[in-house]
Write a protein that binds this ligand. Structure first.
Ligand SMILES: [Zn+2]
Length: 351
């Protein structure tokens, strides 16, 4: 089934962090944009414009004093927000544009101008908390998008799926007590930022609405697919999200220089297929992704390509292949998945 897939791309996303070495480099996005201009991709997607998020939109998540502070870095040649996260004079502007680009993608999906969308933006966002930049992230793009969907579109149930190599500690913290936003993360563990254990399940009303799958290093497509079909899918079909947001990080790619996972293009395509199936069953296919990490230039490019082709229905990952991968993850390989299931069974009676 072909779908209209919107893409946010804009050369202004290349301006943050120009001129010094950092793994989260403008060149990552340049490589992705070049891939989009390839003969098998060009003209297949709906271009969506970027825009600047305004102060009130960013304040849906972040402290106003924090936003003002980030704004002040525009006057500095270089500022280090944390050991991993630096600004250049264009960073504040680019960060506002990253949030706004994702909000445009969300609006286009909610208005049914497109069926699903991907915001290919930077800087990434999932480590940023209410008042703190961290791990290459300045504003938490996906958390702002979720709050925006709740307040501006009146949604009541949103699923955030995060397959970045790293645990999205910022996103988790923002929605930890919130039962309107279900946060599901698969990540390498232990690894930066150290959070995301199986017992971190949310608090108060939000108990059960944070689900972490802390995977051992060298986990492969089979394990990721098993986490999606064995945990995410049953929970999500019970939760019935009105929208699925995806923190699409590609540092879980098997050759990524910062990670030690074994996910391939096929693994990302399979996970996208499962997300689309959940979205079709629960929310008319509404799926909005945003780029997070991914530092192997060739890998992030080929993986984004596989995800986009799946989203647009230019390819359909075979269900028999998903079943084969699931079967491969039996035994010791899926021990952590069984542990997570034990933890969440009392909260989600779907197993
Ligand atoms: Zn990451």
């Amino acid at each position: 089934m072909e779908r209209r897939t919107g893409i946010v791309r804009d050369d202004r996303y290349l301006r943050h962090g120009e001129g010094f070495y950092h793994p989260e480099s403008p060149e990552r996005l340049e490589a992705i944009y070049a891939m989009l201009d390839g003969p098998d991709m060009k003209g297949r997607f709906v271009p969506l414009p970027a825009r600047h998020a305004d102060h009130d939109e960013i304040a849906l998540v972040h402290d106003r004093t924090y936003i003002d502070f980030i704004a002040s870095t525009a006057k500095m040649n270089y500022y280090s927000l944390d050991p991993d996260t630096q600004t250049t004079p264009e960073s504040y502007d680019t960060a506002k544009l990253a949030v706004g680009g994702l909000l445009n993608a969300l609006d286009a999906v909610m208005a049914a101008e497109v069926d699903n969308a991907m915001a290919l933006v930077r800087p990434p966002g999932h480590h940023a908390s209410r008042h703190r930049a961290a791990g290459f992230c300045i504003f938490n793009n996906i958390a702002i998008a979720a709050r925006y969907a709740l307040s501006r579109h009146g949604l009541k149930r949103i699923l955030i799926v995060d397959w970045d190599l790293h645990h999205g500690d910022g996103t988790q913290e923002i929605f930890y007590g919130d039962n309107r936003v279900l946060y599901f993360s698969v990540h390498q563990y232990p690894a930066y930022p150290g959070t995301g254990g199986v017992r971190e399940l949310g608090s108060g009303e939000g108990k059960g609405y944070t689900i972490n799958v802390p995977l051992k290093a060298r986990s492969d497509d089979a394990v990721y697919v098993r986490a999606f079909t064995g945990l995410l899918k049953p929970v999500a079909l019970s939760f019935r999200p009105e929208l699925i947001l995806l923190s699409a990080g590609f540092d879980s790619y098997h050759m990524d220089p910062l990670g030690d996972m074994r996910v391939t293009e096929d693994g990302y395509a399979a996970m996208t297929r499962i997300l689309l199936d959940i979205a079709d069953a629960s929310c008319r296919g509404r799926l909005v992704g945003v780029l997070e990490g991914g530092y192997h230039k060739g890998g992030v490019t080929s993986s984004v390509r596989a995800v986009l082709r799946e989203m647009a229905g230019l390819q359909t990952f075979p269900s028999a292949e998903i079943a084969r991968l699931e079967g491969e993850a039996a035994g010791e390989k899926e021990a952590v998945i069984r542990r997570v299931r034990e933890e969440i069974t009392p909260l989600w009676r779907v197993f």
